[in-house]
Design a protein around this ligand. Sequence first.
Ligand code: HEC
Ligand code: HEC
Length: 303
Amino acid sequence: MKAFLKWTGIVLGALLLLLAIAVAYLNASTKSRLARHYDIQPPAVAIPNDSASIAEGGKWVNSLCASCHGENLAGAKFFDAPELGTICSANLSPGLGGIGKNYTETDWVRAIRHGVNREGRPLLGMPAENFQYLSDEHLGQIIAYLKTLPPVDQQWPAANTTLFCNVLVALGAFGEETLPAESIDHRSPAHYAPPRAATAEYGKYIVQVGGCRACHGPQLNGGPHPDPAGPVSPNLTPGGALPSWGAAGFVQVMRSGVTPAGKELNGKYMPWKEIGRLDDDQLQAIYAYLMAQPGLATAVVKK
Ligand code: HEC
Ligand code: HEC
């Protein structure tokens, strides 16, 4: 009996030691990924200064950025939990605690298209993997608008992640795009946007920069929400509910947040209000693209 207990103790001790080594290793691996320095000098993008282009940039920003950076773009808590740590989306304005005052045009391009901040640190949770596809024209309009933001004073704590969070990141629990800077091709040439019209081709572009796949799945037939507390994201291909809505019905859903079946979409997990700020032809283009997809059965999502 004594010998048995002794051996059980040794085996348990060895397992615990192995676990501790694994945790330390995963923690260190995420820490080194977060600490990696990216030296990126992106080619300049032409920044327009006419009022029509700035207004166009404002529309992109209100639909692509406000869901995380807040209505006034002064930032918000992206996640904040004792077990995970704190990451805040930045205050983009030139106010106190805002980055807008010091950011150069090159800094904006580096953050939006490459997912790397002014100091060369990879940004966490900032969807540059989608924004890398923005055309030079649209990116220029976006930066032109950001340069006109009124100052808002708002300080946020520096990013910090706990050991538990680092282990989850290392295990890929937040998806492959946790640090978009790792997967972006940083030498990529200037990007192209198809001509603006209610076409599937233009819709494909908006679905890409709008990041619908991050939630609705790589094939758009449904997927788990990146936030474990969020509901399952539905099937947007013709295999789901959308064909019976028609283009006008789809535009209506994005403007009202209510589906023809009377279901209210939860704006906390589905950014319908921001998407609904796109113009009619842009929303119709999204619908045309979705309806041009193969009608897939709804993905089975484990919750
Ligand atoms: C899904 C949420 C999300 C969306 C959408 C988003 N961001 Fe961010 N962004 C973040 C988070 C989170 C951070 C902070 C990341 C960090 O500190 O590691 C960030 C950081 C940034 C930074 C870097 C700030 C710094 O500290 O230097 C810039 C610039 C930025 N975002 C601009 C934008 C713009 C412009 C858009 C729209 C085109 C946008 N973001 C859309 C989440 C988002
Ligand atoms: C952050 C995650 C997220 C992103 C990004 C996102 N969605 Fe959603 N979407 C959801 C979730 C979750 C629901 C279900 C909401 C609910 O049940 O309240 C949803 C619901 C929908 C619905 C209703 C479908 C139905 O059958 O009821 C449509 C349409 C839709 N999204 C389109 C889009 C489009 C188009 C984009 C990109 C421009 C997009 N979504 C981006 C998470 C997301």
